[in-house]
Design a protein around this ligand. Structure first.
Ligand code: F3S
Length: 284
């Protein structure tokens, strides 16, 4: 059996930077209170390791009450403007690991809103990255999570709209969504803000899945980019499995499986990818 591992599997640039900044703070500030605003990545193994080293997760701005001293790291998908202000008010030292690609979207929507344009964010409304983006836009901002829901987005006459995407959105679905706006006569200016890391990962996953008999996607249960990789692979390979660690590898691969493809979301550490790869090589 041949195992094909995606070259662009695992930590992206933004996640690497965020995780490294937490370890750096631990190393350089022995004895200090260190917090992350939300789990630093969607990976339980990494979060547990950080917990063991004393890092605490703050889950909402309300949990900042009563905390006056220490360091807080903002994760790669950023926070809302209001959250940032509350973290600042808390007096904690902020290490802002918001990915530059996400910051760029904050800047675009703020500037375009300032020019009087409506903003449409293509992404999941309940994802913290999208909530952050929305907070930087003016009042006229709408979120659309699929080509289907694009039909329900309100249009105000000839008003100009700027369309941006969540960095990890499925690029084919983004194209389809934009087409619907165009067909429905929206006056839109599209800025494709899907980041390169996502784009490379999705194109590669698509091509591996197209030639594989079975496909394994490794990622955290709450990782939206991993779930999107799963969707993309599933469309091309019927036997696509979404797993979190090797513990989930009790798979029934079809008998005539010759090629198994493996890819992983942006928050999957290298060692888990290697474990899965070794497991597949030795057990199937
Ligand atoms: Fe940044 Fe793209 Fe990763 S936006 S956090 S490099 S998936």
């Amino acid at each position: 059996m041949e195992v094909v591992l995606a070259e662009h599997a695992g930590f992206c640039f933004g996640v690497t930077k965020a995780v490294e900044s937490v370890y750096e703070q631990i190393e350089n500030n022995k004895g200090a209170n260190i917090y992350t605003y939300g789990p630093i990545i969607h990976n339980e193994t990494v979060v547990e390791d950080l917990e063991k080293k004393g890092v605490k997760v703050i889950n909402s701005a309300d949990e900042l009450e009563g905390i006056r001293e220490g360091i807080i790291i903002i994760r790669s998908h950023g926070v809302t403007k209001e959250e940032y202000a509350r973290i600042k008010d808390s007096g904690l030292t902020i290490i802002d690991a918001t990915c530059p690609f996400v910051k760029r979207i904050h800047k675009i929507v703020a500037e375009e809103s300032e020019k009087g344009k409506g903003i449409i964010v293509v992404g999941s409304a309940d994802h913290p990255e999208v909530q952050g983006i929305v907070s930087y836009a003016g009042e006229d901002v709408q979120v659309c999570d699929s080509p289907e829901s694009a039909e329900n987005i309100g249009k105000n006459g000839d008003k100009e709209y700027t369309v941006v995407a969540q960095t990890t959105f499925n690029r084919n679905k983004f194209k389809e969504t934009v087409e619907i706006f165009k067909n429905n006569g929206y006056n839109i200016n599209v800025v494709n803000t899907i980041c390169n890391a996502t784009d490379e990962r999705q194109s590669e996953a698509e091509s591996i899945a197209s030639g594989a008999d079975a496909m394994i996607v490794i990622g955290g249960a709450h990782s939206s980019n991993s779930r999107k990789l799963y969707e993309i692979c599933r469309e091309r390979c019927k036997y696509t499995y979404f797993i979190h660690t090797t513990d989930d590898l009790h798979l029934e691969l079809p008998k005539d499986t010759r090629i198994v493809g493996i890819t992983a979301g942006a928050s999957t550490p290298k060692n888990i990818i290697e474990e899965v790869q070794n497991y597949v090589r030795t057990n199937f």
